[in-house]
Write a protein that binds this ligand. Structure first.
Ligand SMILES: Cc1cc2nc3c(=O)[nH]c(=O)nc-3n(C[C@H](O)[C@H](O)[C@H](O)COP(=O)(O)OP(=O)(O)OC[C@H]3O[C@@H](n4cnc5c(N)ncnc54)[C@H](O)[C@@H]3O)c2cc1C
Length: 470
């Protein structure tokens, strides 16, 4: 008899949902988590703090109101880190309470400390006082997430040269900032600080950023960020970052030198497996600390599962949660349907981006004929009311059977709006549904109908020309 039926390592979105799903199935469940980290990276250093910071930036700078009230509109003239931190700490505190209460209500035992495998069914949990206790479990789910990769060549000091964890603890809003790496995290923070008035330079070794997104939308984002005084250095490698007093000098391989109050490295993340002693359970991780799993999230040791960022792509809170639930169901012998194949992607830049399904590039590469329907927020009454003239929604529609193949949104509410398209696509819906549907007025959701009509009109012209020819 083991101490627990299911033991989960890590309480981020993957671990939480795994633990609760197993508990709902009547299993004896425990979750192991380090001190001050309940809720994982998601609640403490990643998703929630960054999204709350973004909300505080938008509110205090009044950026979204400037189209209506003028370029000088601000809610607060001097925005301090205390103003920004207050909202972040408030939300983190509330979210931790919610998680603690959910785990408690579902009778999930929380074991505080750092877990490691002693054998394939035994976990040693080391407390802050360095005392180790042993617990055994029939099934184990690893959900230990990632931490920012810190290249050895970079001399991080958590003040001038920082990663995305330390950016939440800056003691002032920097006047100048270099962001190394134009991935999602790097570009989200670049846009927040640019909105605060920081002069931001983004250095990226590739020639483009956010390659998985629609090119037209990435171009629109770049235009907006340049308007907020962001400088892009694409196709450039960092040769060295030197500290000079209270500032840092970023030296590029091309010879350029960029002085800044702060340099944020956002150069990928590393799976948190080093402390787990995976070999004691007969497991191993790759060079980036990631664990390989099968379609049911089982590792090569069948009673041990792994979910969330520690298994790699797409490394999002949304997918981690679902992976956790599915792994727990499989571990408990329940039927499992598998992760839906239409996960949306949300990028909380300013303005925000979201999409679901295929991009124009994907469809062109795969030789799938499609038509594009576009709606611009400035042509919607709601767009005028909220002062968003740049937002747009783009539908990609199959020219053969009129099914929706992709939805790409840029601007206010993009990450919410995308779910309408996701639902239509998930139900195999065609553009006709959107053409005939009545939407609340005035809303941004109406953009679906406008874009659908646009696509429909273009398809009608082609159908007429084709009919005339034959
Ligand atoms: C700045 C930033 C912004 C992000 N924004 C978004 C977003 O907008 N939307 C989105 O969907 N995703 C976002 N993400 C990604 C999201 O945070 C992750 O996908 C998600 O947190 C992964 O969940 P997880 O369950 O794998 O574990 P994590 O949240 O990474 O948590 C893992 C937990 O395991 C614990 N742990 C590790 N090792 C041990 C051990 N040996 N013993 C005990 N406990 C251990 C850690 O302390 C940690 O609490 C963002 C990430 C970052 C960094």
């Amino acid at each position: 008899m083991t101490d627990f039926d299911v033991l989960v390592l890590g309480s981020g979105p993957g671990g939480q949902k795994a633990a609760i799903a197993a508990a709902k199935l009547g299993r004896r469940v425990a979750i192991v988590e380090k001190r001050h980290m309940l809720g994982g990276v998601c609640i403490n250093t990643g998703t929630i703090p960054s999204k709350t910071l973004r909300e505080a930036v938008l509110y205090l700078t009044g950026l979204n109101q400037r189209e209506l009230y003028g370029a000088s509109y601000r809610v607060k003239e001097e925005i301090t880190v205390a103003d920004l931190g207050m909202r972040t700490q408030h939300v983190i505190g509330r979210e931790i309470q919610v998680i603690r209460s959910q785990l408690g209500r579902n009778r999930v035992t929380v074991l505080q400390g750092t877990g490691r495998f002693l054998d394939a069914h035994t976990i040693g949990i080391t407390s802050e006082e360095d005392e180790e206790r042993k617990v055994t479990a029939e099934k184990i789910i690893i959900a230990t997430g990632t931490s920012p990769a810190r290249p050895d060549s970079v001399d991080f000091d958590d003040r001038t040269i920082i990663d995305s964890d330390a950016i939440l603890h800056l003691d002032r809003v920097p006047e100048t900032l270099v962001v190394v790496g134009a991935g999602v995290i790097g570009i989200e923070y670049a846009s927040m600080f640019a909105a605060l008035g920081t002069k931001v330079t983004v250095v990226e070794r590739r020639e483009r950023m956010l390659e998985f997104c629609d090119l037209e939308i990435v171009e629109a984002l770049k235009y907006h960020l340049r308007d907020l005084a962001v400088t892009f250095r694409f196709g450039e490698n960092v040769a060295a970052v030197e500290r000079r007093g209270s500032v840092a000098l970023t030296i590029l391989e091309s010879g350029k030198k960029i002085p800044a109050d702060c340099v944020m490295y956002s150069a990928g993340r590393q799976g948190k497996t080093a402390e787990l002693c995976l070999e004691a359970a007969g497991l191993e991780a790759d060079t980036r600390g990631r664990i390989t799993v099968d379609a049911n999230y089982a590792t090569t040791v069948p009673h041990i599962y792994a979910v969330g960022d520690v298994i790699g792509f797409p490394a999002l809170a949304a997918t981690s949660m679902e992976q956790g639930r599915l792994a727990a169901q499989h571990a408990c012998g329940e039927p499992v349907e598998g992760l839906g194949d239409l996960p949306p992607i949300g990028i909380y830049t300013i303005p925000e981006i979201s999409f679901v399904g295929k991009s124009e590039d994907d469809l062109t590469r795969d030789k799938i004929p499609f038509e594009v329907g576009i709606s611009r927020y400035r042509e919607l009454a709601r767009g005028q009311i909220i002062g968003d003239s740049y937002g747009m929604l783009k539908l990609l529609v199959s020219s053969e059977d009129r099914r929706l193949l992709g939805v790409h949104v840029f601007g206010t509410g993009a990450t919410e709006l995308v779910h309408i398209g996701q639902t239509v696509m998930g139900c195999g819906g065609t553009v006709d549904y959107l053409v005939n549907a009545v939407f609340n007025y005035p809303t941004l959701a109406e953009s679906y109908k406008v874009a659908a009509l646009d696509a429909m009109n273009k398809m009608r012209v082609i159908a007429r020309l084709t009919a005339e020819q034959s």
